[in-house]
Design a protein around this ligand. Structure first.
Ligand SMILES: Cc1cc2nc3c(=O)[nH]c(=O)nc-3n(C[C@H](O)[C@H](O)[C@H](O)COP(=O)(O)OP(=O)(O)OC[C@H]3O[C@@H](n4cnc5c(N)ncnc54)[C@H](O)[C@@H]3O)c2cc1C
Length: 494
């Protein structure tokens, strides 16, 4: 039986980066991809956000040259009401803070997976890993509860000191090794429609932007590539799920505003796909004796907006580094590989999941619930009318009267949405940095006559008593103002 230091299952972003890192660490590494080449079987394309510039600047520089790339300099939000009318369109390009945070500010790129995945696989091969395509891994080899290798569909056994399973949302490896059977909720099905377009017209009309369509539609995003785009919609897979994926797409493509855009850029449907995507409150256990899970196989995609490629690459890297460390100590037991979970939890990847529960609950009760969204659009539209430019162009009455009328209407809506705010928005308050909470309170204190006489220390103690939710932030023992490690947040720090 052939024997490798590291066997990686999956030639997607997670697998390729794991293989690259393991090979660079001097480990004898092979990675297996069931497709004829990497990217062949994966979702059509993806957006890569700003943190790619922070964490993988060399890769990002090279990726700019690939044929399908369109830059992202703006995100355009379209709000649709229950009558399919486009009611609001706005764009965000970030602020000075975003522009200065990293060398490339808010910029990201959109790229087809047919370009991205082979590029990343090529990096692993260049580092010395062996890539075997058109090879389906169908089982794990186990001895005494420890994974000792994998088995190909043809029955060929391949031995390994460590297996890294980066085989996507359906992870055969996780199931065969007994780590889990189904996700048990928290996985979404994403139907997606890809369109070819006139590149020049896309430049003129879409520009360098990602688009989203929100309304009674499920969460719908539009990723724009050089000469095409794809649109996808998400929904949890749950027992009462009765929507057919294609019907979810039909709702989106029948919006008149969407059709107008398609006409303008000469969009023609090319391909329909439906993929699973783990969208979890928190990833389940990610290691066992002899094996670690990376990327979607581990359930890593961001619980807020399901970005998953950065997560796959970062977890692949951590898994390979842990493999190198464990092999060098001659110990690949479960206890040793627990180091992987400790490492990713301590990294930016772990931070990403700290608010998983709150984010997922929020989506469940908004974007992923079209009936609720039909109503919530009213609230969002009312908020949008408090925007300075909206008030300037509300010619219904004297401008200050218009402003007051909108404010009043928003307050009228408050009781209906109060419960939503209390249940889903307020819990996010624990994420506000202590120093910001203190700054807000310090601004309030001198303005309230009765509070002026209190010392700062007593004032914060009183607030902590009154507000249980703020207590952890106000605990002086928590050393909240100690500077956070620079590497935790990139060059800009916090
Ligand atoms: C529709 C959709 C849109 C998305 N958009 C974005 C986006 O814009 N930005 C973003 O960051 N993320 C996005 N994501 C999430 C992102 O695609 C995933 O998180 C990411 O691809 C995970 O990478 P991975 O390497 O873990 O898994 P995958 O990309 O799924 O790769 C797994 C690889 O393993 C191979 N494989 C599977 N089983 C076996 C086996 N048994 N033997 C051999 N090979 C096997 C597969 O063929 C595949 O190449 C999107 C996901 C979906 C579904």
């Amino acid at each position: 039986m052939e024997k490798w230091d590291v066997v990686v299952v999956g030639g997607g972003p997670g697998g390729s980066y794991a293989a690259k890192t393991a090979a660079e660490a001097g480990l004898k590494t092979v990675f297996f991809e069931r497709g004829r080449k990497s990217g062949e079987k994966n979702s059509s394309g993806c957006g890569l956000g700003q943190r790619w510039w922070r964490d993988f600047p060399e890769l990002m520089s090279e990726l700019q040259e690939l044929p399908s790339v369109r830059k992202i300099e703006m995100v355009v939000i379209n709000l649709i009401d229950e009558h399919d009318r486009l009611r609001y369109r706005c764009g965000t390009t970030g602020s000075d803070l975003c522009a200065n945070r990293w060398p490339h500010g808010m910029d990201g790129i959109s790229i087809y997976r047919r370009d991205l995945d082979p590029f990343l696989a090529g990096k692993a091969v260049a580092a010395g890993a062996e890539l075997r395509t058109s090879t389906l891994i169908s089982d794990v080899l186990m001895e005494g509860g420890k994974v000792t290798g994998v088995k190909t569909e043809k029955g060929e056994p391949i031995g390994a000191e460590v297996v890294i399973a980066a085989d996507g949302a359906m992870s055969t490896m996780a199931r065969k090794a007994g780590m889990r059977n189904r996700w048990g909720g928290g996985c979404t099905l994403v139907p997606q429609l890809d369109f070819g377009c006139n590149e020049q017209k896309m430049d003129d009309i879409i520009g360098n932007a990602e688009w989203c369509w929100f309304g009674p539609l499920y969460g719908t995003y539009q990723v724009n590539f050089r000469d095409g785009f794809h649109i996808g919609a998400g929904q949890w897979l749950r027992d009462d799920w009765d929507e057919k994926p294609l019907d979810m797409m039909k709702k989106v493509v029948s919006i008149p505003g969407f059709q107008a855009m398609c006409r303008a850029i000469e969009a023609k449907p090319r391909e329909y796909q439906a993929h699973l995507l783990p969208w979890l409150k928190k990833p389940p256990k990610t290691y066992m004796a002899g094996m670690m899970l990376a990327g979607d196989a581990a359930g890593f995609p961001c619980p807020l907006e399901a970005e998953g490629i950065w997560h796959a690459v970062v977890s692949g890297r951590e898994a390979a580094n842990t493999a190198a460390w464990a092999i060098s100590r001659g110990d690949t037991s479960e206890k040793a590989l627990a180091e992987y979970e400790r490492r990713w939890r301590a990294s930016n990847l772990g931070k990403e999941h700290e608010f998983g529960e709150e984010f997922v609950n929020l989506w469940n009760s908004s974007i992923f619930d079209p009936k609720l969204m039909a109503r919530q659009i009213q609230l969002l539209l009312e908020f949008s009318m408090l925007h300075p430019f909206s008030i300037v162009f509300d010619w219904g009455d004297a401008h200050m009267d218009c402003f007051n009328q909108h404010l009043e209407h928003l307050m009228d809506l408050a009781p209906e949405f109060g419960e939503f705010g209390k249940t889903y928005i307020a819990p996010l308050g624990r994420g506000i940095w202590p120093k910001n909470v203190k700054r807000i309170l310090a601004t309030v204190k001198p303005r309230v006559p009765g509070l002026r006489r209190l010392s700062d220390e007593n004032f914060f103690k009183v607030v902590a008593r009154l507000s249980k939710g703020l207590a952890p932030f106000l605990d002086p023992a928590a050393k909240q103002d100690a500077p956070l490690p620079r590497e935790a947040y990139g060059a800009g720090g916090r």
